[in-house]
Write a protein that binds this ligand. Structure first.
Ligand code: ZN
Length: 378
């Protein structure tokens, strides 16, 4: 089965020589991109779709979400907007609500959020646990996440739950909880931040996960300067996410090691914190990803277009840099070479915009520009 897409007004493939092409054609065969070139030269296929000048981009790769949760923290947001500061402890509010939800309720909530992000052009999503914080609730979160994506992340080390001493909880996370969760996870993550886990604790968590066959990623530099980025580089993590507070050595280490810096500007929007400095990272040659961090406390958005608009308006990225970070950058962050681009061989995760150019994603913020998502993703 093959389909030819004709008269693509602007096609973004991230091909090295022609990353963006005008008046392009693209052929999909058996779920993969088979051919890219000028529209007029497009080979025949079983089916043809005339895009009449619309733009086509790779599906967004949202490399950082916390979709498995129940409850609502609108009151906390309202208080923050009235001047109250954010602290990591708010996570515990969601833990209580998540533990109380039934399996069916929780799976239904995740399904609704996945449908929401797919309708906005996301074709690959990473989903973390981290609102269960006991052995069965964490394993359940990952089993549910695994119904929607292979990119599942064990985040038992999100925060120390109420009633636990940090050392005891760390032993649980790296022992029985890891054993129960590792079969359902690809990644291991830790919230390395004041009020959550320090460098030694975070290293213990990530090392234990790696010993269990999981690949490391980390939350670092969200609320202040800290050791998380250096730890990510030391351990060869795929990504260090947040990167709002970085010193010069952190930036140099990211550039040297190729650890992806995941920027999550929905957080700064929702907490009214200063935004990360994307220009400094790009200038240093750091690989940058853009993700939603969709969670009920600090960034309750599933919209990659919204994050692209923030990246352009507040992080100083060009519209093309922001699109790159939201697609190819996300694929780097998840160590995937079959997504995030539309070069021949890529998985045919195509997004058609109701617009002639990717620039409209940030030029017309809040407007539903995704006209169609063609994807084999589950
Ligand atoms: Zn997060």
């Amino acid at each position: 089965m093959s389909t030819a897409y004709l008269n693509i007004g602007e096609l973004t493939t991230w091909d090295e020589e022609r990353p963006v092409q005008r008046d392009a054609g693209l052929v999909v065969s058996d779920g993969r991109v088979a051919w890219v070139g000028d529209s007029s030269a497009t080979p025949a296929a079983d089916d043809a779709v005339d895009l009449a000048g619309a733009a086509m981009i790779p599906g967004f790769v949202d490399s950082h979400t916390h979709l498995v949760f129940a409850g609502d923290r609108a009151a906390e947001f309202e208080a923050r907007m009235a001047g109250q500061a954010y602290t990591a402890g708010g996570i515990r509010t969601t833990v209580t609500a998540t533990r109380q939800a039934s399996d069916e309720q929780l799976a239904g909530l995740v399904a609704a959020r996945v449908a929401e992000l797919r309708s906005q052009g996301t074709t690959t999503v990473e989903i973390k646990s981290g609102y269960g914080l006991d052995v069965e609730a964490e394993a359940r979160s990952l089993r549910i996440a695994g119904q929607f994506t292979p990119e599942t992340t064990f985040l038992g080390a999100h925060v120390v739950p109420t009633g636990w001493a940090a050392d005891d909880y760390l032993a649980l996370v790296t022992g029985p909880m890891l054993a129960a969760c590792a079969p359902h996870a690809r990644w291991v993550d830790v919230f390395c931040e004041r009020g959550a886990f320090d460098a030694d604790q975070a290293r213990t968590v990530l090392r234990a996960g790696m010993d269990a066959g999981l690949e490391p990623r980390i939350h670092a530099g969200q609320l202040g300067f800290g050791p998380g980025v250096q730890l990510a580089c030391e351990l060869g993590a795929a990504a260090a996410d947040h990167c709002t507070y970085l010193d010069a050595a952190d930036v140099a280490a990211l550039a040297d090691t190729g650890v992806v810096a995941g920027l999550l500007p929905g957080v700064e929007f929702s907490t009214r914190h200063p935004y990360p400095d994307a220009r400094r990272l790009l200038a240093a040659g750091v690989r940058v990803a853009l993700a939603t961090d969709c969670n009920p406390g600090t960034s309750y958005t599933s919209s990659m277009p919204f994050c692209i608009a923030l990246a352009v308006r507040e992080l100083g990225m060009t519209p093309l840099e922001a699109l790159h970070a939201a697609t190819q950058g996300g694929a780097w962050s998840l160590r995937r070479d079959d997504i995030g681009h539309l070069r021949p061989g890529a998985r045919a995760d195509l997004v058609v915009l109701n617009a002639p150019s990717h620039v409209h994603l940030s030029y017309r913020p809040g407007v539903p520009l995704v006209a169609g998502v063609y994807s084999t993703a589950r």
